[in-house]
Design a protein around this ligand. Structure first.
Ligand code: THU
Length: 128
């Protein structure tokens, strides 16, 4: 099972693949499934901006489409100095698949872990 540090490293590798010609803001994500498998994603932008998909959702959709449903944590990195937190839509998607922990890096390189429940309290959730 990967450590938080290793998961951040995987997210940094994924960031290299970012397709971000419009914002120039590269993001990488690495999602750890409970069976130990890791799925990475980068942001993929589009000339029609609304078609852009965040790195987190790319990773989650890769994992789910590969049959994974049970997750431990997701790590997110960008090019910015401070922590990059997932956007609202990604938090909602993380809620759907019960990803309990979000791992980010702060401005001095420290790894911090947040509970999804704290990042999106009172989430809409229609799952029984
Ligand atoms: N982006 C992500 O990939 N993840 C985030 O958590 C925040 C935003 C992307 C979307 C877009 O390609 C670029 O960053 C600027 O918003």
């Amino acid at each position: 099972m990967l450590t938080s540090e290793q998961l951040i490293q995987e997210a940094k590798k994924a960031r290299e693949k970012a397709y971000a010609p419009y914002s120039k803001f590269r993001v990488g994500a690495a999602l750890l499934a409970r069976d130990g498998s890791v799925y990475t994603g980068c942001n993929v932008e589009n000339a029609s901006f609304g078609a852009t998909c965040c790195a987190e959702r790319v990773a989650i959709y890769k994992a789910v489409s590969d049959g994974r449903r049970d997750f431990a944590a997701i790590a997110v990195v960008s090019d910015s100095q401070g922590s990059t937190f997932p956007c609202g839509i990604c938090r909602q998607v993380m809620t759907e698949f019960r990803i309990p922990v979000v791992i980010v890096v702060d401005e001095v390189g420290r790894i911090a872990e947040y509970r999804l429940n704290d990042l999106l309290p009172y989430a809409f959730d229609n799952i029984e």
